[in-house]
Design a protein around this ligand. Structure first.
Ligand code: ADP
Length: 498
């Protein structure tokens, strides 16, 4: 397991060569200090392999590579070619879908079948922004007759992108695609829990034909490599997805260094509101998917479920039945819906929340325990008898744990729906159009789903109100994260000034 590649095997991907180095300037290199760290398989707690660890010195080298590419060949690249490269990368993701999904399942523990959907969404995102690359336009604005003014959009420059472990490759695609479309260069740091997919993707980046230094992929820890990127004096922008606590420290690092531009996609505690007139079976399916999809490790997870009092008892019974049918187990087994949590640390955090819920007097309707004795599996857990001030109602658990509560009026649903510091997502289940629109308008959330949940799409902006973030990813909106506006004003004629 030494050197810059190691042979790994997955039940669905067979044997493959896993890169383990740092991808800088289109080359595989070791970290300057030669450090490595272990990557764990969350399904059985064994060490999968070791990968090179980027330190501050490696961050400097990667940023210098990105700067050189930005000021040099990439600046001169045509928008059309930037688009073609993204489309080519999208095709390579599709071509390697089984392998990439296998690596994600191995590294993160997510169900292989779900990981395949992630990779399709990566391909969709890359292709979508490939289409945008040659459609970024400025405008001409008349002010006075003797002036010609144009306003153009320019790439913001060298971008640091720091991503989490819950959707390792999807977050990778969400980050690099708009940055590249806009003409930026990138140093992307994957999460220390899940570096493998990004390293496999780096080989595809090279194969697609991206020039050296345009996309650099490093593995490393938040407090060292991540912090070095956030406070780097030659990074023009940092884009981050992760916890609100870390988001704050990134904002502070930007403020304390070169005031680099910052976008943050942070945590959530999203309400999933079910009115009595909803189609109950559909609502239950979406509520179940809303919280238990990806093992509850979604920033937009519908973790607070509010059900109108007249159907509450029936809903709880049916929801329990539904959740107990979720197959929890080996990520590579055909029917698995829920695999292990990503790490020991996350497992412990979630079990502590479950303990806190029990101690606060909430009732465990189902679950509440570890599943099995190997791997970080947790039973789907539903709490009832909860109050708004309980920790399990206010804090993001990031696991297969939800709290269910009742409301009686629309006003009350809106009030409790908005009663957290977060504002990432929300959902309303109802057949009444007025209720759907009135409640959607009143909820303080960046995304509101009606009679559905977690149905993200690369054409639709995604991001947070309140403490759930700054800026939007996806859709046309994400382009503005990677562009800056230049005003050029030209005085016409040859009359002397003054
Ligand atoms: P978690 O606690 O679930 O690991 P984080 O928000 O801390 O979530 O991590 C998300 C990403 O942020 C990871 O890539 C991690 O390495 C990085 N990170 C963590 N702490 C910092 C930090 N202080 N500065 C920059 N990046 C960080």
């Amino acid at each position: 397991m030494s050197g810059l590649t190691t042979t790994l095997e997955t039940p669905t991907g067979g044997k493959y060569e896993q890169p383990t180095g740092l991808f800088i300037n289109n080359e595989w290199v070791k970290g300057v200090d030669g450090k490595e760290f272990e990557v764990y398989n969350p399904a059985n707690e064994s060490v999968t392999c070791k990968v090179s660890e980027a330190t501050e010195k490696d961050v400097d080298i990667a940023v210098a590579a990105a700067r050189k590419a930005f000021e040099g060949p990439w600046r001169k690249e045509t928008p059309e070619n930037r688009g073609k490269l993204l489309v080519k990368l999208s095709e390579l993701f599709e071509k390697n879908l089984d392998l990439l999904a296998s690596v994600e399942a191995l590294d993160n523990g997510k169900a292989y079948n779900m990981a395949k959907v992630d990779i399709s969404m990566c391909a969709g995102t890359l292709r979508y922004y490939g289409g945008w690359a040659d459609k970024i336009e400025g405008r001409v604005t008349d002010t006075t007759p003797d002036t010609f003014n144009y306003i153009k959009k320019e790439p913001v420059g060298v971008c640091a992108q720091i991503i989490p472990w819950n959707f390792p490759l999807l977050m990778f695609a969400w980050k690099i695609a708009p940055a590249i479309a806009c003409g930026c260069t990138v140093v992307i740091k994957t999460a220390e829990q899940t570096p493998l997919g990004g390293l496999v993707a780096a080989n595809l980046i090279k194969e697609a034909g991206f020039p050296p230094g345009v996309i650099n992929v490093i593995s490393g820890f938040g407090k060292t490599a991540g912090a070095a990127l956030a406070s780097h004096m030659d990074v023009d922008k940092v884009a981050f997805t992760g916890s609100t606590v870390t988001g704050r420290s990134i904002l502070k690092a930007a403020a304390g260094s070169n005031l680099k531009k910052v976008t943050l996609e942070l945590g959530g505690k999203s309400p999933n509101i079910v009115f009595a007139d909803a189609d109950i079976d559909n609502a239950i399916s979406w509520v179940n998917f809303g919280i238990f999809f990806n093992h509850g490790q979604c920033c937009c997870a519908g973790s607070r479920i509010y059900v109108q009092d007249t159907i509450y008892d029936k809903f709880v019974e049916k929801f329990k039945e539904r959740a107990q049918k979720n197959v929890v187990g080996d990520p590579f087994a055909k029917d698995t819906f829920q695999g292990p949590q990503v790490s020991q640390l996350q497992f412990d955090r979630i079990m502590n929340y479950i303990k806190a819920g029990k101690e606060a007097g909430a009732k465990v309707e189902i679950g509440g325990n570890r599943k099995g004795d190997k791997g970080y599996f947790i039973e789907p857990t539903i709490f009832s008898n909860v109050t708004e001030d309980m920790k399990i109602m206010q804090e993001e658990i990031f696991g297969p744990v939800c709290a269910i509560s009742k409301f009686s009026t629309q006003e009350e649903a809106i009030r409790v729906g908005n009663a957290t510091t977060y504002g990432l997502a929300a959902a309303v289940h109802t057949k009444n159009l007025n209720t759907a629109i009135e409640v959607s308008n009143a909820l303080k959330a960046g995304t509101v789903w009606v009679n559905t949940y977690n149905t993200l799409h690369h054409q639709m902006p995604f991001g947070g109100y309140k403490e759930s973030g700054i800026g939007r990813e996806l859709g046309e909106d994400a382009l503005s994260n990677y562009l800056q506006t230049k005003t050029v004003s030209i005085r016409l004629g040859d009359a002397l000034f003054g």
